[in-house]
Structures are given as C-alpha cells and as structure tokens.
Ligand binder design. Structure first.
Ligand code: SAM
Length: 280
C-alpha cells in the first residue's frame, strides 16, 4: 500500500497531505466506521450500521463496552504522561477521531508530547486534520500504513519521534485484525525491538470472554459483513503480547478494571482485555 502522510509541528504548520490515499469504499462495512457507529459517531454508512446492528443483536452490551475501551485509552495515556513520564506515542489503528484521542489526552497532561498516528483505512486519513491539532510545544503526525509493515511505519514515524528516547506503542482494538497465521506476536516484537529501554506497550484486545450470552454469534455476524475479519483472543493470548516486558499492575484485566478512576468505571461492561507494560 502506498503511504500518505500529514503532519503538524506545534502550531506553526498546517496539516499537510501527500501521496495518493486509496479510495473509500462505502458499499462494504469497514471496522473503523462500524466502531464509529458503536461510539455514536456520524462517520458511518448503511453497510457499517447494518454490520454494527447485527453484532449488537447478539451482544447488546457491545456499544457500552467500546466506550470502556475509550476510557481505558484515556486512563492509560494519563498514566504514561504522569507516572511513567512518557512524551512520545506511536498509536497504530487510530480509528476515526472520537472524544479524547491520544494527543488530546497526552498534550492536556504534557503539552510537549509528540504523537504519531497510523491507520490503514483511508477514511481515517480523511479526518486527519482533527488528529493534527497539536499544541505549539508538541507535535502530531499521521501516516496511512498497515500494521503488517512495522519497518515502514518506524521509518516514517522517525520524522516526528526520537527513537533514542522512550516511546509508548499504542495498539488498542487493532490486533484482532491480524490473523493467527500472520503472526501478530512477531509484528509487536518487531515494533518493540526498535524502541529503547523504558518504552511502553499498551494493548487492548477484543474477546468473547465477557459476553454473557450467545458467545461466538456476534463476531460471526460481524465477520460475515466487514472487509477485514477479526479474531477474538482470550486472556492468555492477550498476555502473550507482553512477553519479555514488565507488566504494570494490575496486569492483563478487563478494560473497565484497569486502574479505574471510580466505581462507575468498573461498573461498565467490557468486551476487551488490556494491559500496559514497560520494556526493561
Ligand atoms: C476498532 S478501531 C480502534 C480505534 C482506537 N484504537 C480505539 O481503540 O478506540 C480499529 C482501527 O484499526 C484500523 N486497522 C485495522 N487493521 C489495521 C491494520 N492492519 N493496520 C493499521 N490499522 C488497522 C482500522 O481502520 C480502525 O481504524
């Protein structure tokens, strides 16, 4: 896939887009737009809404559960900018901009934070302007690329991130799109290998483990309709992504249970496992 980039350095540069973005296909459901539908966004089409509704029929808690994933994203980024003093983020599988995107949370806490967003769906590139509103002290960049090409992502990200300093690699609700036979674990290892000691890995991963009824049916309905098939994974399969890293307490848990701010967080449903770990 050709890469298209857009970037914003502080407040001095407007967003720029180069390269040819691939066409947006609205006739088939796409994961970024189905997710946008579940989150109550407006950037989805009839095919996306149909796939989203079909999945919800078999798993009605799913729409609220994806909100728990967004809340986890915000808590993890606040932990990273605060306790972990991280100032660089590589967020792969960004999604259509929603409330509290990584740069907004990070730069609210630490205005000098530098963020590189990566997604392979051209609809996300079309919304990149919203992802590039950096603080003057920090920087934001957007790369249209595929997680299956880690070295290409790293080469492009080096324009904005200093790989001599710690980076938080954010892989939230994206690894399910890498099938077992494409070795998602090796892709994560290749990305982490390029980051120095003190870097972090943040993962959230969809599962059927918390689905109270009709397990398997929701993902089947979804996969019958979307362009990219998703593979659900369990606790131990999610934990394997952190092999060789020091996992931060409380370990791999439901997204609603990772360092909750209040009992309200924990009371919400989860449809994903998550964890945060530090590279020794
Ligand atoms: C479910 S959304 C998650 C958005 C956000 N990370 C979050 O957790 O709220 C998944 C995103 O990953 C993107 N994606 C799927 N497969 C990908 C791949 N192989 N490489 C890069 N991005 C991918 C989709 O286009 C979509 O925007």
């Amino acid at each position: 896939m050709g890469m298209a980039e857009a970037s914003s350095e502080g407040s001095t540069k407007a967003g720029r887009t180069t390269g040819g973005a691939s066409a947006i296909d609205t006739s088939t459901a796409h994961p970024a737009r189905v997710y946008d539908y579940w989150l109550g966004g407006k950037d989805n089409f009839a095919a996306d809404r149909e796939a989203g509704e079909q999945a919800l029929l078999a798993y009605p808690q799913l729409a609220e559960a994806v909100q728990s994933n967004r809340a986890f994203l915000a808590r993890a980024v606040r932990y990273l900018t605060g306790e972990a003093a991280i100032r660089q983020f590589l967020d792969i599988g960004t999604g259509i901009p929603a409330a509290n995107n990584t740069h907004q949370v990070a730069q609210h806490e630490a205005p000098d934070s530098r963020i590189v967003y990566v997604d392979n769906d051209p609809i996300v590139l079309a919304h990149a302007r919203a992802l590039l509103k950096s603080t003057p002290q920090g920087a934001c960049d957007y790369i249209e690329a595929d997680l299956r090409s880690p070295e290409a992502i790293l080469a492009e990200a080096a324009r904005t991130l200093d790989f001599g300093k710690p980076v938080a690699l954010m892989l939230l609700a994206v690894l399910q799109f890498i099938a077992d036979n494409e070795d998602p674990y090796a892709l994560v290892s290749r990305l982490m290998a390029a980051l120095p000691s003190g870097s972090y890995l943040v993962v959230s991963h969809p599962t059927d483990d918390f689905n109270p009824n009709r397990q398997g049916e929701s993902i089947q309905r979804y996969n019958e309709r979307v362009a990219d098939q998703a593979t659900l994974r369990g606790h131990d399969e999610t934990e394997r992504f952190f092999a060789g890293l020091n996992i931060v307490a409380p370990g791999v848990v439901a997204v609603a249970e990772w360092r909750p701010d209040s009992d309200l967080d924990t009371a919400r449903p989860s449809s994903m496992w998550c964890g945060v770990a530090r590279k020794p």
